[in-house]
Design a protein around this ligand. Structure first.
Ligand code: FAD
Length: 444
C-alpha cells in the first residue's frame, strides 16, 4: 500500500516512521528544503538556539517513540535550576514548588485566597466556554490574570478571552465535570498519584527533556529513515481509483494520504474535494510570534538568570509574553562564560509586533529585560526569528471543525488529518496523535 504524508514536521515524520514500520511504502512531501517544520535548531557562535520548542515534558508515548527510533542515548534531562519559575507582576515572584505556599505569600489577594475555599461549591458548566470565562467563574479574575492567562500565552501564545477551555485544557474541563470541582479533583488525583509513585510516569511526571544537540537532531534522525522529498509544495489532490497528489513539480499516486501541513495549507489542497471544509480550515487562526535570542557575558548574570524563566501577569504584559533562560535549562546551550536568553514576543494579544523592524524588536526586547529582569548588560549576540503563523488557535468553534473533518474522513476513505492544527499543539501531542492515527488505519 502506498502512503503519502504531506509535511515533514514532527507530526509528518513520526507518522511516516510508524507507517513504514507497518509495511507501508511511504513518501513524505515537504515544501521546504529543510525538514522539522517548527523544530529548527541553530548552532552559531558556540550557542545552541532553538527556533521552536526547546524541550518536552516526560511522556511515556514520546519516550517509547524515541527508543523505537534508536535515539534514546541522545536524550538529556533539564538542569536543576530549571525548576525555578517566575511570574512578573511588577516584581518577579517565584512560583512556589509547594502550591500551599501560594496561600501564605502575598502574590494573591485575600479575595482570591477565599475564592479557592469557595471553589468546591461552584457549579460545573457542562458546556464549552473560553478559558477566561472558565477561570473567572471558578476562581476569579486574579487567577486568570496572574496564573492561567500567562500560562495560556506561554504555552499556546493564545488569547484566554477567545480560546476554548475544552479544546486547549481538556483535562481541566474533564476534572471539573468528573469531580464537580478542580480542588476536589486535584486532591483526589494527588492521592492516587501517591499510591502509584513506583510507576515510571509517577517518578518522572514533571521532568523536562531535550536532546544533546537540540530538538532538530531528533527530526533529522527520523528523516534519515523515511523517504522525504523536499521542495515539493503540495497544491491539490484528486480522487480517482487512487488518490493523486499534485505538487508544484510532480504528481504522486497513493492509497492513503495524511495531511500534516498547517490548516491554511490543507485548506488549499482539499479545496476541490470539499469547499465547505476548506473554508472552515482557513478560519483556524494562527498567532504570530517573534523569537529574540540574546547572549550576554556571564559576569552580568543575576539570580533570576539561574532559572527556567518567567511569564507575565496579564495586567503587566507589554509586548513580551515569555522569557526563557535556555542556558540554565539544558547543558550545552552556551559557552561557560555566557548565558543565553530566548524571549517570545507577540502572540494573540500583541500580534502587530511581528510587523516591526528588527531594530525596533531588539529595542523592545532589551527594554523588557531591563524592566523585568534588571539585566542592563550589553548583548554579545542576537538573533530574531519572525513567525507570522506560529501556533494554531483552538477557539470555541474548534469542536465543530473537528466534527466536519471526521465527516470528510468518513466520506473519503484513506484521507487523514494530523498535525498541530487539530488535536493538540505540543511536541508530545504530535507524536501521540501519530500513534492514534496508525491504530485507526490498522483498524480499517
Ligand atoms: C516558537 C515556538 C515554540 C514552541 N515551543 C514549544 C515547546 O516548548 N514545547 C512543545 O511541546 N511545543 C512547542 N511548540 C509547538 C510545537 O513545536 C509545534 O506544534 C510542532 O512542532 C508542530 O509540528 P507539526 O509537524 O504538526 O507542524 P509543523 O512543524 O508546522 O510542520 C508542518 C510541515 O508542513 C510543511 N508544509 C506546509 N505546507 C506544505 C505544502 N503545501 N506541501 C508540503 N509541505 C508543506 C511545512 O514546511 C512544515 O515542514 C512551539 C512552537 C513554536 C512556533
Amino acid at each position: 500500500m502506498k502512503a503519502i504524508v504531506i509535511g515533514a514536521g514532527i507530526s509528518g515524520l513520526s507518522c511516516a516512521y510508524l507507517l513504514k514500520k507497518e509495511g507501508f511504502d511511504v513518501t513524505v512531501l515537504e515544501k521546504e528544503t529543510q525538514n522539522g517544520g517548527k523544530i529548527q535548531t541553530i548552532q552559531e557562535n558556540g550557542l545552541l538556539i532553538e527556533a521552536g520548542p526547546n524541550g518536552f515534558l516526560y511522556n511515556e508515548t514520546t519516550i517509547k517513540f524515541i527508543e523505537q527510533t534508536g535515539f534514546l542515548k541522545n536524550l538529556i534531562k533539564a538542569k536543576q535550576s530549571s525548576n525555578r519559575k517566575f511570574i512578573y507582576d511588577g516584581r518577579l515572584y517565584e512560583i512556589p514548588t509547594k502550591q500551599q505556599k501560594l496561600l501564605i505569600d502575598n502574590f494573591l489577594s485575600i479575595k482570591s485566597k477565599l475564592a479557592l475555599l469557595k471553589e468546591p461549591f461552584v457549579k460545573p458548566n457542562p458546556n464549552d466556554e473560553t478559558v477566561a470565562e472558565f477561570v473567572t467563574r471558578r476562581l476569579g479574575k486574579e487567577f486568570l490574570d496572574k496564573l492561567i492567562g500567562p500560562m495560556s500565552l506561554g504555552i499556546y501564545a493564545a488569547d484566554p478571552y477567545s480560546m476554548s477551555i475544552t479544546s486547549n485544557f481538556k483535562r481541566i474541563k474533564e476534572i471539573e465535570l468528573k469531580y464537580g470541582s478542580l480542588i476536589k479533583g486535584l486532591v483526589s488525583l494527588m492521592k492516587q498519584k501517591k499510591a502509584n509513585t513506583s510507576s515510571a510516569s509517577g517518578q518522572f511526571a514533571k521532568e523536562l527533556y531535550s536532546f544533546k544537540e537540540g530538538m532538530q537532531s531528533f527530526t533529522d534522525h527520523i528523516a534519515k529513515s523515511v523517504n522525504v522529498l523536499n521542495k515539493q509544495n503540495v497544491v491539490s489532490i484528486e480522487k480517482a481509483s487512487k488518490y493523486v497528489v499534485y505538487t508544484n513539480i510532480d504528481r504522486f499516486e497513493a492509497d492513503i494520504v495524511v495531511f500534516t501541513a498547517p490548516s491554511f495549507e490543507v485548506a488549499k489542497i482539499i479545496q476541490n474535494l470539499d469547499n465547505k471544509l476548506s473554508k472552515s480550515l482557513v478560519n483556524i487562526p494562527y498567532s504570530p510570534i517573534v523569537l529574540v535570542a540574546l547572549a550576554f557575558s556571564k559576569k552580568f548574570a543575576n539570580k533570576v538568570v539561574d532559572s527556567y524563566g518567567y511569564l507575565f501577569d496579564l495586567n503587566k504584559i507589554d509586548k513580551t509574553i515569555g522569557v526563557l533562560f535556555d542556558s540554565s535549562i539544558f547543558e550545552n546551550r552556551s559557552p561557560e562564560d555566557r548565558f543565553l536568553v530566548r524571549m517570545f514576543l507577540g502572540g494573540a494579544l500583541r500580534p502587530s509586533v511581528v510587523q516591526k523592524s528588527n531594530f525596533e524588536i531588539l529595542q523592545i526586547a532589551l527594554a523588557e529585560l531591563q524592566r523585568s529582569a534588571k539585566i542592563f548588560a550589553p548583548f554579545e549576540y542576537y538573533k530574531i526569528i519572525k513567525y507570522t503563523s506560529a501556533i494554531p488557535q483552538y477557539l470555541l468553534n474548534h469542536k465543530e471543525i473537528i466534527k466536519q473533518i471526521q465527516e470528510f474522513e468518513s466520506k473519503n476513505t484513506g484521507l487523514y488529518f494530523l498535525g498541530n492544527a487539530f488535536y493538540g499543539v505540543g511536541f508530545n501531542d504530535c507524536i501521540s496523535n501519530s500513534y492514534n492515527l496508525i491504530k485507526t488505519i490498522k483498524s480499517i
